[in-house]
Design a binder for this molecule. Structure first.
Ligand code: ATP
Ligand code: MG
Length: 293
């Protein structure tokens, strides 16, 4: 009798557990679907506080290859230098509303989106005015999550939102890191490059520990690689030894075509599709898709 009662008791608990597990499973499966971009898209911040490492070049060219592959992409220029904006071919006189206006919650988002030469790629441009936003943000409530609140609803339409960040870890970049599901870190193949990443990783841990616990690093991309110098080779070996699988297989070579393309307002795919730089970013885009899902 006791035995049966005991069993019965257990059975009840078991049933309760099943229902509970089913619920947990269903909700985590739902999250899994959303988080992996199968249902909703992903926001990727291209970040490194060091200047001139290839953030903008990577933002423009990764976005355009993803667009060319058929994904719906929004490139967000979140740097007052506005290099991604001019690099994709948008002139200052064509821009009425830009990323600075996005921070006003009354701004109609559709007014800050502009077409690019690629049907599937839109740009949310920046101007120098964005520099003022850093100061204004510091006085706002929920100042770190304003960009997230404005961009996340756009994932109903876009598969990927790529944010080109400024070379700083100020409030603008913190906003980008809070909005992002993942960040991608371009690192120039040079001697001090890896030391800089340690500082960046600390900041990412801080953001993860507080404002955005789900933030992940999709990968580190090594840029401006010059095969003629053994030092460059050494940086790649060190980066792979230290960061292991985090480093993308695709390495971006130093390529004059990549440096010329922005002055023509063209992504490399339209400026010089057969260049080594174009091939490298095409490979990076394929690797990106494998990792992001
Ligand atoms: P900032 O921190 O100022 O925003 P960034 O990290 O966005 O800089 P980029 O603007 O992409 O860096 O690149 C810096 C300079 O190096 C630019 O003039 C760019 O054209 C050039 N450049 C970037 N990548 C390459 C490359 N693979 N080969 C040759 N030149 C490159
Ligand atoms: Mg830049």
């Amino acid at each position: 009798m006791f035995h049966v009662k005991h069993l019965h008791h257990h059975k009840k608990v078991y049933m309760r557990e099943i229902r509970y597990i089913e619920l947990v499973f269903v909700s985590s499966y739902y999250k899994f679907i959303c988080y992996n971009g199968l249902v909703s898209g992903q926001i990727i911040a291209i970040v490194n506080q060091k200047g001139g490492v290839g953030k903008t070049t990577t933002s423009i060219n990764l976005s355009s290859f993803l667009g060319e592959m058929g994904h719906k992409v929004l490139l967000v220029d979140f740097d007052p230098q506005a290099n991604a904006t001019s690099g994709i071919g948008l002139r200052g006189d064509q821009i009425k509303k830009h990323s600075y206006h996005l921070l006003d919650s009354n701004q109609d988002v559709s007014e800050v989106l502009y077409p690019t030469p690629f049907q599937n790629l839109h740009i949310l441009p920046a101007t120098q005015d964005l520099a003022g936003a850093e100061v204004e943000l510091s006085n706002m409530v929920s100042r770190e999550t304003i960009l997230k609140d404005r961009l996340r609803p756009l994932l109903d339409y876009y598969d990927y939102i790529i944010i080109d960040c400024a070379p700083s870890l100020g409030l603008l970049t913190v906003n980008a890191l809070c909005a992002a599901h993942q960040c991608l870190i371009p690192v120039q193949c040079e001697y001090y490059a890896l030391e800089g990443i340690a500082g960046l990783l600390k900041t990412l841990e801080l953001v993860k520990g507080g404002l955005n616990p789900m933030l992940r690093i999709i990968g580190i991309v090594l840029t401006m690689y010059d095969s003629r110098t053994s030092l460059n080779r050494q940086v790649i070996d060190n980066a792979r030894a230290y960061f292991k699988g985090l480093v993308f297989d695709s390495v971006i070579p130093r390529n004059i075509r990549l440096a010329e393309a922005p002055s023509h307002g063209l992504p490399i795919l339209l400026y010089s599709a057969s260049s080594t730089g174009s091939l490298a970013y095409s490979n990076l885009a394929k690797e990106f898709i494998q990792r992001v899902q």
